[in-house]
Design a protein around this ligand. Sequence first.
Ligand code: SAM
Length: 245
Amino acid sequence: MRKFFFRPQDRSGDIVSLSEGESHHIRSVLRLHAGRHVELFDGDGGIHRAELIEMGERVRARIVSSAYGDAPLSVPLRVGQGLLKGKTMDVVVQKCTELGVQGLAPLLTSRCQGRPEADRDRKKHQRWLRIVEEACKQCGRARPMELSETEAFRDFIRSPAAEAAGLKLLFWEEEHEVCLRDLLPLDAAAGVCILLGPEGGFSAEEVAAAREAGWRTVSLGRRILRAETATLAAAAILQHLLGAM
Ligand code: SAM
C-alpha cells in the first residue's frame, strides 16, 4: 500500500490534510483517486490506514484504523558523519535511514570541502529531510531518522548525544590495533555513537581531541574504504550486533 507522511498539526480527529508535496505526488504522479486506501505515517511511530476523501491542493484522508510501528530503539545508534561531497552525502542519509540508524549528525571537519553557507546549507538540510522521508516510506520505517543541523566536529564529540552514549567509536583507517571484533561483547546498554570522516579522513588533531573526549579509535580492516562504504559497513555491522537489523 502507498505510504505518506503527515505532520501532527495537520490531523483533526480522523481527518488528515496532507502537505502540498505529498498531495502533488498523490494526485499528479501516482494519479490516485478518492476512495483509495493508503498508509499514513505520523512520524512518531503511528501507522494509520486511511481512505483518500478529497483530492484538492491539500489532499484529505480519513483514518480508518491505526497501529504502532517501530518502538524507539532500546540501544540507539547515532552517526556523526564528516560532510561528504554532493550526492554521496545523500546516499549516506538514505542508507542510514534504511539501516535503522536513530540519528545522523552532518559534521564540519578540518578536511571537509566547502565552508558553511546559510542559504545553501538550509536547502541541503531540507533535501536530506525529504530523502529521510522517502527512505522511510520505501522501507516501512514509521519513526524517521533524526537529522541534526550541520555542526562542528569539536562540538559534536562533547555533545549531549555523544555523552549519553555508552560506547563512542571513531572509525580510523590508521588504527592498526583495535577492530570491532576486539570490542565484543559490546558495552552498549546506553547506546552507541560512531564517527566517520569525510573523503580526506580525520586529521591527527581531530583524532587526538576525540580520544581526549573519551572516544575509542577502531579499524574496519586493512583496506581503506571510501567514506560512504565505511559508514554503511560500520552502521550495518553495529546494527546487527545490537540486534536492530
Ligand atoms: N585519510 C585517508 C585518505 O584520504 O587517504 C582516507 C579517508 S577514508 C576515504 C574516509 C573515512 O572512512 C575515514 O575518515 C574513516 O572514518 C573511514 N574509513 C575508511 N576505511 C577505514 C578503515 N579501514 N578503518 C576504519 N575507518 C575507515
